[in-house]
Design a protein around this ligand. Structure first.
Ligand SMILES: [Zn+2]
Length: 265
């Protein structure tokens, strides 16, 4: 799924042109600029991922640099998608919208040199609040890896209600250190479930394989449950320096903290 039905062309990538974006306090372009692959008059922007419309700006002045724009938050994956510079939008705040449904028309409202879609991606914690706002990009991460995954990943493509529920349930999964291996609630079982659902869990933690590495490390160690969990919480260093991975690790730590609280540890 891409924001344009007939495919897209990227006109500016995330992180480009730091000298221009410095004036806005950004380390570079904080999103992805896109136009339709073929200019055939179809400028409709379609929803990439199901979610709730949490921001609906229909006044280009009120929208400032982003002009008319819409934000769609998927609470299960924590992804908030910003569709900006729209000529107009067809959705309303608090509306539930499905992948593939039309959001609006590409336009050139706000700070832009020509009609294009500026696509932004922020990640939210389990309470729906944006995280990592001090990453140099005002919390925005590179949408391209997720877009690419959406196009290639049959799991993402066919993510049905059951899968979404399973992903959401992971956030509230109970860990009971007294349980035996393989039983629900056991830490090893918890790890195994994450491994089984690797691709789905990946989407929960922003599509990054770093979660798998963390789980593998924990499984391999002989530490107690509490120290295994503490390791995740206290040492959320990513295995690679990319900001996106750092974000995912923090999100993962956030999840583990919630489990710790449930355990009362
Ligand atoms: Zn842009």
């Amino acid at each position: 799924m891409t924001p344009f039905r007939n495919g897209l062309r990227i006109t500016q990538k995330y992180g480009e042109d730091p000298s221009y974006y410095g004036q806005f306090g950004l380390a570079g372009h904080e999103g992805l600029d896109l136009v339709p692959k073929v200019f055939n008059g179809d400028n409709q922007v379609v929803c990439i991922e199901d979610g709730e419309v949490v921001r609906d700006i229909d006044d280009p002045v009120a929208g400032k640099a982003y002009g008319n724009h819409v934000v769609v938050l998927n609470r299960a994956t924590g992804r908030a998608w910003w569709y900006c510079h729209l000529a107009q939008n067809y959705v309303e705040g608090k509306q539930q919208i499905k992948r593939g449904e039309v959001i609006g028309e590409m336009g050139s409202t706000g700070n832009t040199n020509g009609a294009h879609l500026h696509l932004g991606l922020r990640l939210a914690n389990i309470n729906g609040e944006a995280i990592n706002l001090n990453n140099g990009y005002s919390g925005f991460v590179d949408p391209l890896p997720v877009l690419t995954k959406f196009n290639d990943d049959p799991v993402e493509k066919s993510m049905d209600e059951d899968t979404k529920r399973a992903v959401a349930n992971l956030q509230f999964y109970r860990v009971d250190p007294s349980n035996k291996d393989g039983q629900e609630g056991n830490f090893e079982g918890f790890c195994n479930r994450l491994m089984d659902r690797d691709r789905r869990f990946s989407s929960l933690v922003a599509d990054l394989s770093v979660a798998n590495n963390v789980i593998n490390e924990l499984k391999a160690s002989n530490d107690t449950l509490a120290s295994k969990l503490a390791k995740v919480v206290e040492n959320p260093e990513p295995t690679t320096p990319e900001t996106a991975e750092k974000t995912a690790t923090n999100y993962f730590a956030n999840l583990i903290i919630k489990i710790l609280r449930k355990l009362g540890l």
